[in-house]
Write a protein that binds this ligand. Structure first.
Ligand SMILES: Nc1ncnc2c1ncn2[C@@H]1O[C@H](COP(=O)(O)OP(=O)(O)OP(=O)(O)O)[C@@H](O)[C@H]1O
Length: 309
């Protein structure tokens, strides 16, 4: 896939000297959904704000569709739609006027058919004449997206689109994002919710303390770093792991009822047969066995631990 947003060695120091971005390199591919994960204060919003021209970079280079965000700001910015974290809508304005006004701001010609298409795509067409203040929180978030799409951008940034939103609305948002991707829009979203990235992203970027720690295809990442655990439940609790079974990969559960064996999903041999025969040799009686696959959440926690170390 061709690159649509090219970020080279981007640095941002705020007044006072705090370095929020420490040389970020990132190529965003046309048509992908990229999820940027990171803890509070990691630099996700700063990265988006810099690309969108809300914050100026201290150094580095960003192009959008080949247009430099400094030398060719208007052309670069017109390719971008930005959905901010906060709802910043005019309460007494009608939905359709809000979206129409945004299109006008970018100097795009009036096109009622384009507005209708956007509002229908976001299931807002029957609300087009409602005042913003009469909408639910979920609808307001959809209006923010409609506004961001009003000038037909090719790249859409969503800054924490589902922060503080209930599970059902979050799933609606995921469907909307999938629909936008299908219509050809490149999507970059920031999120704290790892299950969100797991559900919708093609690639995952992890930001910590102003640095991009990792950027990788979601499926490859989960296969590479994913671990599985086998839980061997015992008929009688034990107080310590028998000598024959002692290894860094074998742990005893807190209640002494199970042995937890962690193994790599990519290894040639899982070691399960050997483990089970050692369990029998040690005179332990099995009650049941269960497996569990690590989630993106476990991978993320491991990564941040590694970084801190
Ligand atoms: N205008 C500013 N002046 C000084 N420091 C700032 C400013 N804006 C952000 N920062 C600092 O830069 C760091 C990165 O902030 P940023 O908002 O980019 O993080 P984030 O990853 O988006 O966090 P969150 O998930 O909480 O939104 C934080 O330490 C923050 O305090």
């Amino acid at each position: 896939m061709p690159t649509i947003v090219d970020i080279q060695n981007l640095r941002k120091s705020y007044a006072g000297g705090f370095e929020a971005l420490k040389g970020v390199n990132l190529q965003i591919e046309k048509g992908e959904i990229l999820a940027l994960l990171g803890s509070n204060g990691a630099g996700k919003t700063t990265l988006i704000s810099t690309i969108c021209g809300i914050t100026t970079a201290t150094s580095g280079k960003v192009t959008v569709g080949g247009h430099d965000i400094n030398d060719d700001f208007r052309a670069a910015r017109s390719m971008i739609g930005l959905v901010p974290q906060e709802i910043n809508l005019e309460p007494f304005e009608k939905v359709i006027n809000t979206v129409r006004f945004s299109r006008g701001l970018f100097g795009r010609p009036e096109d009622e058919a384009a507005l209708e298409k956007i509002l229908r795509q976001l299931s807002l067409w029957d609300k087009k004449d409602s005042q913003i203040r009469a909408l639910s929180g979920g609808m307001k978030r959809r209006v923010l997206i409609a506004k961001a799409l009003a000038h037909d951008p090719q790249v859409l940034f969503l800054d924490e689109p589902t922060a503080g939103v209930d599970v059902e609305l979050r799933k609606d948002m995921w469907e909307i994002v999938a629909g936008l991707k299908a219509s050809g829009v490149t999507i970059i979203l920031t999120t704290h919710y790892i299950e969100e990235a797991e559900a919708i992203a093609d690639r995952i970027g992890v930001i910590a303390k102003g640095e991009l720690l990792l950027i990788e295809e979601k499926n490859a990442l989960m296969a590479r770093m994913g671990k599985k655990q086998l839980e061997v439940q015992l008929s009688e609790p034990i107080t310590e792991v028998p000598l024959a079974l002692q290894s860094p990969d074998v742990e005893l559960s807190a209640d002494g009822q199970s042995l937890i064996y962690t193994y790599n999903t990519n290894a040639e041999r899982t070691g399960i047969t050997k483990l089970l025969s050692k369990v029998a040799e040690s005179g332990l009686v099995l009650r049941d066995v269960a497996t569990r696959q690590s989630s993106l959440e476990d991978i993320f926690v491991d990564l941040l631990k590694e970084d801190a170390a």
